[in-house]
Design a protein around this ligand. Sequence first.
Ligand SMILES: [Zn+2]
Length: 312
Amino acid sequence: MGEKGGNAGGYLVDVNAFLKKQRDIKKYVPVVAKKQIRILLNSSIYKYKGVDLAVAENCMNLITGYSGVGKSTLLREYFPQYFNSYLYINQKPLLGNKNSCVATVLDLSNKISELYAKKHKKDKKFFSNLTGNDGMCPVCLGAGYIEYGGDYHQSMRVECRECEGTGFNKNLKKYKIKGKSIFDVWKMTLDEAIDFFEDIDKSITKVCITASEIMLGHLQIGQATATLSGGENIRIKIMKASKSTAKVIGVDEPFKGLSNIEIDAVANYLNRIREKGKTLIVIDHSTGVEDYFSQWIQIENIDNRLIGKQFK
Ligand SMILES: [Zn+2]
């Protein structure tokens, strides 16, 4: 099956060509660890009494350990106690309101509305599908779907026919840029958007290129965030983390379920974040990923203390 996810994936590819590409990946050489940060904590969380391990500063650190040993607890609960400037990223859905889509989480929706407003000399609200704005679909109030059911029954979502799931007022279909309305843009994938925005807006193009590099190019601009997989959620969060001021970033299973090509893309992107002076601490089980890391730490639960043993 194909190498990409979502709508772009699932097609048949030449198996030999695909396997060759998988084998031909040339992994970067991780930097040599210079300084260790020893994390020694004696606070109790759940059944644990504390932690003792060292991570390499300004490096890619890999943490492994048997299932249920407490790796996520370490990243989610203990590290914020130790590091003043820390960001934790996992596969959980992105926070947002019910109208949030790929464009809103990647901060593109405002920019796109502004482009159309400027071109057609209208107020930005005229091209915004946010609830209460002029460009909102009057039937679904900008959500793009209608929800049936309520407190006692499981609710069901049906795409809004009026706005074709975009959340926009259909009057906006007649306003175009390069022959495309905002409806058309909402249905574009991020890969398609690279070509469309290339000569219109550099900042939008840049976000789309980055998304494509981290294997998210198949996502639709107007795709609801509720439909994203855990792997897609975590990669969007990683994209956003590149702008974070946190000095230490903990990432919980970014490679889970990915092909070698995708793992390589995500590891390269994480390493680029590291190059900005950050320390990365990653939990993962995928085979072969240790090559991307300067330091590999195996976690063990010894007398309810999480102890790290260095492999590399
Ligand atoms: Zn609608």
